[in-house]
Design a protein around this ligand. Structure first.
Ligand SMILES: [Zn+2]
Length: 183
């Protein structure tokens, strides 16, 4: 069993507590006990993310890890919050600002970027629970860049945005350009 720096704590996980304590499906013998992991490294939608205090079920017999849907949803919410705080994704205000800079109604802005009116309303709501998808966010970032600087190197822009999330994508833009020229 892999031992990391987890500590068992039953004080502050009343709801999570109930989700575990079942028999492990891996070995069929042990009971799954909730454990608290400090600085737990995971990936959310493929992007690296560290959860300050993660609750993971660990089988007391074989050490297999069990994840609860509610807990992983909480991680996703933390991830989204971090993205907003670090200005990696647009906040509701920024989306509204962008739309107004374009002098577009909610309806027209939705038509421009190919989503529903309801989506725009949801993203612009200050008390929103769920932000826009990464794809919608990137599209709006490109629109924003285009508005601010005119021409945008779309691929380079997307590569830079991925870098903000700790992902390095190697796109050989130069090679593609020279191929195009040769044709
Ligand atoms: Zn087990």
């Amino acid at each position: 069993m892999k031992r990391e720096s987890y500590i068992s704590s039953s004080q502050h996980m009343p709801q999570t507590e109930k989700m575990f304590h079942y028999t492990c499906e891996e070995c069929g013998k042990g009971t799954v006990i909730p454990m608290e992991f400090k600085g737990y490294k995971t990936r959310i939608k493929g992007y690296p993310f560290v959860v300050d205090q993660a609750i993971i079920g660990v089988c007391e017999n074989c050490g297999a890890r069990h994840f609860s849907a509610r807990e992983t949803k909480r991680w996703e919410e933390l991830f989204n919050k971090k993205l907003e705080e670090n200005h990696i994704i647009f906040t509701p205000d920024q989306i509204e600002q962008l739309r107004k800079s374009l002098r577009l109604s909610v309806e027209d802005f939705a038509l421009l970027i190919g989503c529903t009116r309801q989506s725009i309303y949801n993203w612009e709501r200050k008390s929103r629970i769920k932000p826009q998808s990464r794809m919608a966010d990137l599209l709006m970032k490109l629109v924003d860049q285009s508005l601010k600087v005119g021409e945008v190197n779309v691929i380079q822009c997307l590569v830079d945005k991925a870098k903000e999330l700790g992902i390095s994508i190697d796109v050989d833009i130069e090679a593609q350009i020279s191929k195009r020229v040769r044709k």
